[in-house]
Design a protein around this ligand. Structure first.
Ligand code: PMP
Length: 392
């Protein structure tokens, strides 16, 4: 069909630059090993931090929920799509997060859209770290509030922004808890101190900290012992929790307000019963199987040390997200392709997901990787890295 020649031109430019990517279909479940093109390879690209995507208890609860409540909910939640299990799960999640209330949305992406687009007006300002996730950036695009961007984790820059915005009614400081491309943790204690000094609200997007940091995976706020001092915590159920969804953990007033004004909540259908049941079981598993988090961190240290010993530039990550920074976008994709040839699935990530010149292969180990698998992956990295002249 004619009409999209202009898109084809741009796609061709991407092909010429070596950054055009096809989707890679998995022919297995999302485990420590996956099947791609009929071949079993080590998975280092998923956010399945705790190995919960395939946890037998979660699968069982999902099946039970389908049996009892069906495949879908048939409505947005405000009309006929709220089931008892949705509300029970939100109560459980609020208890887990030590907050007054939570509200679950279809994804972490829509959770950020819902909160950022609804709670601020043109009398307010949102103050955001320059490397915050795309869903925060897009959420901010939807608000009528003024915007200020501060330099990445730079507290002087944040303080300047806070000083310059004293005339606004409300100021909301927004940060990722863990930055998704570099794996560094936000300096939340300093952010909280500054926000309190200047009487600003704080929102943390804990997508990569949910299930990873804090006691039993409660997130960065708990990790830094800041419970009760961060106004809004956004979490995801799509990564360590192993299923799908996002949530906002805050006060009852914020929950009630979002039910009336949060557009992705109001205008998009609720989670199928299987999703909610599996997520609910995941919270019990976080409480009952803390050894998963220990294994995740043990594997993280082991794998990072292995990559560094080989001479790779792994940036400044504090978490299981370990970037292997190679600079050039095409090079990152070449490394990823070679790794796949050698039995490791680790995706290349280039501009616009990361800044130009900072392309990388991003690796994420999980609790389910064995040391043997990690050793095999390191052998593949050594071979591919040497062949491409990334390490000597
Ligand atoms: N926030 C951050 C920091 C993320 O990394 C992601 C996922 N890439 C999201 C939000 C969106 O989460 P979800 O996949 O649940 O939509």
């Amino acid at each position: 069909m004619k009409g999209f020649e202009y898109l084809e031109e741009e796609l061709q430019e991407m092909r010429d630059e070596g950054v055009f990517r096809s989707l890679v279909p998995l022919q297995s479940d999302q485990g420590a090993k996956v099947v791609i093109d009929g071949k079993e390879v080590i998975q280092l690209s998923s956010n399945n931090y705790l190995g919960l995507t395939t946890h037998p208890r979660m699968k069982l609860e999902a099946v039970r929920a389908v049996d009892q409540f069906g495949a879908g909910t048939g409505s947005v939640r405000t009309i006929a799509g709220t089931f008892s299990m949705h509300e029970q799960f939100e109560k459980k999640l609020a208890e887990f997060k030590h907050t007054e209330a939570t509200l679950v949305l279809q994804s972490g992406f829509t959770a950020n859209q819902a909160i950022l687009s609804s709670i601020l007006t043109k009398e307010d300002v949102v103050i955001s770290d320059e490397l915050n996730h795309a869903s925060i950036i897009d959420g901010i695009r939807l608000t009528k509030a003024a915007r200020k961007i501060y330099k990445h984790v730079d507290m002087k820059s944040l303080e300047t922004a806070l000083k310059e915005t004293q005339d606004y009614r409300k100021r909301l400081v927004v940060t990722d808890g863990v930055f998704s491309m570099d794996g560094n943790i936000a300096p939340l204690p300093e952010i909280v101190e500054l926000a309190e000094k200047y009487d600003a609200l704080i929102m943390v997007d804990d997508a990569h900290a949910s299930g990873v940091l804090g006691r039993n995976g409660r997130g960065t706020v708990d990790h830094f012992d800041l419970n009760g001092r961060v106004h809004i915590q956004v979490g995801t159920l799509s990564k360590a929790i192993g299923v799908l969804g996002g949530y906002i953990a805050s006060t009852q007033a914020v929950r009630d307000y979002l039910i009336h004004k949060g557009r992705p909540f109001l205008f998009s259908t609720s989670h199928p019963p299987a999703v909610t049941a599996a997520c609910s079981e995941a919270i019990d598993i976080l409480l009952e199987e803390p050894e998963r988090i220990e294994r995740l961190w043990d594997n993280t240290k082991y794998f990072k040390a292995g990559l560094e010993k080989l001479g790779f530039n792994t940036g400044h990550s504090d978490t299981p997200i370990t970037p292997v920074v190679v600079g050039d976008g095409a090079k990152a994709h070449q490394l990823s392709d070679k790794l796949l040839q050698y039995g490791v699935f680790a995706q290349g990530i280039a501009f616009p997901t990361v800044q130009k010149g900072k392309a990388r292969v991003r690796t994420i180990v999980t609790a389910d990787h064995t040391k043997e698998l990690l050793d095999e992956a390191l052998v593949a990295f050594e071979k591919a890295g040497k062949e491409l002249g990334i390490i000597s």
